[in-house]
Design a binder for this molecule. Structure first.
Ligand SMILES: Nc1ncnc2c1ncn2[C@@H]1O[C@H](COP(=O)(O)OP(=O)(O)OP(=O)(O)O)[C@@H](O)[C@H]1O
Ligand SMILES: O=C(O)c1ccc[n+]([C@@H]2O[C@H](COP(=O)([O-])O)[C@@H](O)[C@H]2O)c1
Length: 220
């Protein structure tokens, strides 16, 4: 008798503020997908990134749209609104609980760069997170990748992309190009909506405010 049981789907989760999404994020997702034989990578833009409470963050709908545009050409990349649609500060433990519920039969792999991994012990309910997904830490220029004290966290060297969202925002503000640092559609979205310049981004959605929101709620 032959078994009809299929292997669980292998889902990558790439969480980020994506303000804006750049080729560093896309290469990280693509490389983990290839090395871990993932069926899909779900990009999850944060709603309210509480550890960035000291900075203005672009309205979520713009960050979501840029993520959709950036991932559209890859059939294995999708975008989830779970963090944007959940009220309150964004915690990865909630992201993983929500996605586990949605994809009950799948195995989850959470992708994180070296800088984010170095701070992971400060995340909310960190001990609960380890049971919900396999964590894969990837190299990032300028940051040391280490899983010391993080049992079970796997490490992967990926092609070095010395790009950050902070640098992209500063370049736009200074009138410098971001072509080839971010996907073409993201360059166009930034220009069309005057993001990162002195002009305020327009708002089309009551959920977002013109000046972006401050993620003032923090977990204690
Ligand atoms: N160039 C890169 N190479 C590898 N990983 C990256 C790179 N840029 C970001 N990441 C990872 O992607 C995830 C989301 O990052 P995020 O959206 O905060 O981008 P960022 O460039 O770090 O933004 P910012 O400069 O605004 O802090 C994090 O896990 C981060 O470590
Ligand atoms: O769960 C937490 O407390 C937590 C704290 C900081 C960052 N994270 C997650 O880490 C990912 C990268 O976040 P960021 O702020 O570096 O863009 C994103 O998915 C965040 O939701 C999660």
């Amino acid at each position: 008798m032959t078994s009809t049981r299929t292997q669980p789907r292998r889902l990558g989760i790439m969480g980020g503020t994506f303000d804006p999404i750049h080729h560093g994020h896309l290469v990280a997702a693509s490389e983990v997908a290839a090395r871990y034989d993932l069926d899909e990578v779900i990009f999850v833009p944060t709603g309210r990134p509480w550890q960035k409470a000291d900075q203005l963050v672009t309205p979520a709908e713009h960050r979501y749209l840029m993520t959709v545009v950036a991932t559209a050409s890859n059939p294995r990349f999708t975008v989830s609104r779970v963090d944007i649609d959940r009220a309150g500060p964004t915690y990865t433990v909630d992201t993983l609980r929500d996605l586990k519920r949605q994809y009950a039969e799948s195995e989850l792999f959470f992708i994180t760069g070296a800088d984010a991994l170095a701070k992971i012990m400060s995340w909310k309910d960190v001990d609960e997170m380890w049971d919900l997904a396999t964590f894969v830490g990837v190299t990032r220029p300028g940051h040391v990748l280490s899983n010391q004290g993080l049992e079970g966290v796997e490490l992967l060297e990926i092609p070095a992309m010395a790009i950050s969202s902070t640098d992209c925002r500063e370049r736009v503000r200074e009138g410098l190009p971001v072509w080839y640092l971010v996907p073409d559609g993201v360059v166009q979205h930034i220009a069309k909506h005057h993001l990162y310049s002195s002009e305020m981004p327009e708002t089309e959605d009551p959920l977002v405010s013109a000046e972006g929101h401050k993620a003032e709620d923090q977990h204690s």
